[in-house]
Ligand binder design. Structure first.
Ligand SMILES: N[C@@H](CCC(=O)N[C@@H](CS)C(=O)NCC(=O)O)C(=O)O
Length: 222
């Protein structure tokens, strides 16, 4: 089937998603470290459209965009399926993963960078988006039910780096009182050995988020 290589960065939550999926499926891979702040010709070659990590190389093929990669891995390696078989359930998992990226993750990052009145608005908006995820996990062990799956890996950024974003952006978005089910899911998720194994050190995440936070503030001033 060709060997698998991940062009990724340890401090990228999008890359961690892909590593989780590969580990879950028991796929051997080589990790090619990329610095997203100082990109290599290899990244430009394989993801000239976005120039972002992660990129998975499978033999002579390249796949970019973490959620697309998860689907590719799921279609290629059938063991430990990530997406449900039922077409409606599958479309719901995709819908919520997209919502999670576009509204929750991006919303938290927007709130992290915002200042003054804008920050308050952005925090409220991100909290509203998170409350939809809270409803999705209520009464369940995992987003798809009893087994770890696609949406769990997508939402894994919350236990992985929402706390870091809160620290960098001096804000509070998430707590056990307002999001009890999501909070409990986070506690359980990061205790899963395979998930824990691929967690990047917090100080690396903090350093990365601090850097991109100041870079984006500087870009806004220009
Ligand atoms: N939607 C992409 C996002 C990937 C992404 O933003 N990667 C960041 C690292 S966390 C990156 O490569 N940033 C470099 C840049 O923005 O130029 C995915 O899901 O893979």
């Amino acid at each position: 089937m060709g060997e698998v290589k991940v062009i990724g960065s340890i401090s990228s939550l999008f890359c961690t998603r892909v590593e989780w999926a590969l580990k879950l499926k028991g796929v051997e891979y080589e990790y090619i470290h990329e610095d997203p702040l100082n990109k290599s010709p290899l990244l430009f070659k394989h993801n000239p459209m976005h120039k972002k990590v992660p990129v998975v190389l499978h033999g002579d093929r390249a796949v970019a965009e973490s959620l697309v990669i998860l689907e590719y891995l799921d279609d290629t390696w059938k063991e430990s399926p990530l997406l449900p078989q039922d077409p409606y359930e599958k479309s719901m998992a995709r819908f919520w993963a997209k919502f999670n990226d576009e509204k929750c993750l991006l919303g938290a990052w927007t709130a992290c960078k915002a200042k003054g009145e804008e920050k308050e608005k952005a925090i409220e908006s991100a909290k509203e988006s998170l409350s939809f995820l809270e409803k999705q996990i209520e009464g369940k062990t995992f987003f798809g039910g009893e087994k770890l799956g696609f949406l769990d890996l997508a939402v894994g950024w919350i236990p992985l780096c929402l706390g870091v974003m809160e620290q960098v952006g001096e804000m509070k978005l998430f707590d056990a009182e307002k999001f009890p089910s999501l909070h409990e899911w986070c506690q359980n998720f990061i205790q899963i050995p395979m998930i824990k194994e691929a967690l990047p050190p917090r100080e690396k995440l903090f350093a990365y988020f601090t850097t991109i936070y100041f870079l984006s503030l500087a870009a806004q001033k220009q």
